[in-house]
Design a protein around this ligand. Structure first.
Ligand code: FES
Length: 184
């Protein structure tokens, strides 16, 4: 079994070799975080500690940046990431009900955000920037607007029944999808 801590440190070191001459040095922070996120799908603590050491930053500074941007995850995510908008327009349009439905339907335990089968992770964000489509959610890069509870099982099934690389848009599954809507 691969030692993920050692792997993550190795990824940081390799990425650092490419940016170590960058000035100021701390401008390499985002590229280093992205290198680990892209390789592993999340940011293990040993990688954050290594980055802090290499860039002469405190661990809290690195953690602060890692938690500020939605692109970075501190825990492993499921195969598909559901980004659920909780902004004002979506909140008014029953976003909380959608969240509750997803948690129950996917059997996500309390204090967790990933389904036990590792297929879906739910993330809640403030605004996806397409308020006229409220309530709105995003699954991976697909955006679904005007979501209602009855539509959710069919939307989710689209991701569990087809391998992502084989998935082709179908009229029944993507009626609500807006793949070109702006991302938040
Ligand atoms: S409040 Fe949900 S997209 Fe803006």
């Amino acid at each position: 079994m691969v030692n993920e801590a050692a792997t993550s440190i190795s990824i940081v070191d390799d990425a650092f070799a490419r940016v170590k001459d960058q000035t100021p040095l701390d401008s390499a922070l985002i590229p280093l975080l992205q290198a680990v996120q892209n390789a592993l799908g999340y940011l293990p603590a040993p990688a954050l500690q290594r980055i802090a050491r290499l860039l002469h930053l405190s661990e809290s500074q690195v953690l602060g940046v890692a938690t500020f941007y939605h692109q970075f995850q501190l825990r492993p995510t499921g195969q598909h990431v559901i980004t659920l908008c909780q902004g004002t327009a979506c909140h008014v349009a029953n976003a909380n009900e959608i969240h509750q439905f997803l948690v129950q339907h996917l059997q996500i335990p309390p204090d967790d955000d990933t389904s036990p089968d590792g297929v879906f992770t739910i993330q809640r964000v403030r605004c996806l920037g397409a308020c006229s489509l409220a309530p709105i959610l995003k699954i991976d890069d697909d955006i679904y607007g005007h979501v209602t509870l009855p539509k959710l099982p069919r939307i989710l099934a689209h991701y569990t029944q087809h391998d992502r690389t084989k998935r082709a848009p179908t009229p029944s599954a993507n009626t609500e999808a807006h793949p070109h809507a702006p991302h938040g």
